[in-house]
Design a protein around this ligand. Sequence first.
Ligand code: ATP
Ligand code: MG
Length: 426
Amino acid sequence: MLQSQLFAKTTKQAPKDEKSVNAQFLIRAGFVDKLAAGIYTYLPFGLCVFKKIEKIIEEEIEAIGGQRILMPCLHPRDKWETTGRWQVSEMFKLKGRSEKEYGLGWTHEEIITPLLKKFIFSYKELPCYVYQIQTKFRDEPRAKSGLLRGREFIMKDLYSFHSEQKDLDNYYEKVKNAYFKIFKRCGIGDETYLTLASGGTFSKYSHEFQTITDAGEDIIYICENCGLAINKEIKQEHSKCPECGKAKFRQEKAIEVGNIFKLGIKYSEPFNFKFKDKNGQEKLVVMGCYGAGLDRLMGAVVEVHNDKQGITWPKEIAPCQVHLIQIEDNQKLNKVAGKLYKDLKKNNIEVLYDERKDKSPGEKFAEADLIGIPYRIVVSERTIKKNSIEIKERKEKQSKLVKIKDLPQFLNEKLKTKNKKRQRKI
Ligand code: ATP
Ligand code: MG
């Protein structure tokens, strides 16, 4: 991508009412634009990161059997009356021209349960795992944390359907593992804790995945011994860790990036969703649901990975891997940098090429730091004389001279090692 062609430019200042670090940097660096509180547009780079997060989620959820669908956002009132949730205050409501009432989906149990009921009749068709990545609407009272809390946002919601509780229990553990893989690949594995929370229907608790950040709206207590966390809302029940029995906790602010629930028959009962078991007896389907917000995940990554200058994207979800910067303008340099740009692309390395003639080196470096691409390569008269370029990792201070001919291999090795490691783990 040529930087001169990007319509979404960086800016020095974010809107005054945007206090959160993620919104400040994402807006200033040209990843998102704010339409209103809690409502954002993804600009090309933002969408690029978003799609990478989406791909990771898709891979990990499909690895545990998830089948992707896409349900509507516009929901007729009667589905929500069935469960008594039409009155929930987060729901945006509207009327069609014939006075028919609709709600904008803030979750999808009321849609997926009657949907699956149309297809599943026998124990032979269970278990079944269905997910979507789709827009949700919530009339949040406070939407002041940038991408962490939108009024319109995108969620991955997975629903599982089982013939018995034991099968749900097993699958629930698989989802936990898949979530850890997702957060690790997105670069927040070390900061994200499995957390006991309220909200289980047929189990005492639900589990949240909480990422430690000052921008977080929750307080969690992390067991110093085993690392299990407990949400403050249920902490008074636990003077000792329910996992290991120790009583030493550390308090942190955190944001919930995922939440998984054992629903049991909470939704199959009102929708009368039954299957025939081996003996031909009718039973209610046992369900689980598993949510994770993509925007919130992106916002949390930025809250965790930044410094004074800007964002420091983790490699797997960075908009590009290399920011190629040409700091002088002459024919020879144009030729060398242009060829390097093509060669890197040929090697499947994603590159943003700053070939702009009207920016000083200082301006280019400051923008590169703000955007936060993992590797910065500078092509200049001085290094070209040595047939080399200067390469610097975004998070490091020191740059390194690398011979131009060795560069694709140098980069591929860095990027490949990471991929190999990941594959081994999965
Ligand atoms: P919170 O307690 O933070 O309001 P929640 O418990 O209402 O979240 P869930 O209904 O469990 O959220 O939704 C599943 C996931 O969707 C959350 O774990 C989070 O990642 C994401 N999410 C929820 N609300 C929002 C929002 N307003 N903006 C962005 N992402 C959200
Ligand atoms: Mg939740």
